[in-house]
Design a protein. Sequence first.
Length: 188
Amino acid sequence: MKIYLRYNFKVICETIVREQLEKLQIPYSTTDLGGVNTLEILSVETKEVLFKALKAYGITILDDQKETLVDRIKNTIDEMLNDENARILKVSSYLSDKLNYTYSYLSAVFSENTYTSIENYVILRKVDLVKELLCDADLTLTEISYRLNYSSVSHLSGQFKKTTGLTPSTFQRIMRRKKIQSLQDIHS
């Protein structure tokens, strides 16, 4: 029997980090966008235990400031795309305001560390949201286009096809067939 799950990686990671910090009795406070402030200086041994405990879950602690900034940029973009009021803002303004750096600096750091542009990353994340909405919501492409602040349905369709190699309607048909097949497998 197959069961399909949706993961909220942000919640999962925050929960794991919180559990590990509490398990090690490390007093902490959380910050925006995936940061944690320990309220006391950690010994080398405690740091190693924490690093190993988190690494078992695929969570690494970033030492490089630029790598940390790239992660904050990605988290801020995801936050923006999930907030219907923020989606209408320009990405450059939103990132600059939230992260307190000029957009040109953020763009340079992001490109240097990911080998892609912020604009391309935003397109990829928006296409991921389109996929989710096509699979999980009873929305038309026009509604999805409006919700994700595309200028038109053809713009959305063009980005989707360029990114996935499929039109949105072809993708939707394939996913519906998979769902039907998995339901049939369950009842067999």
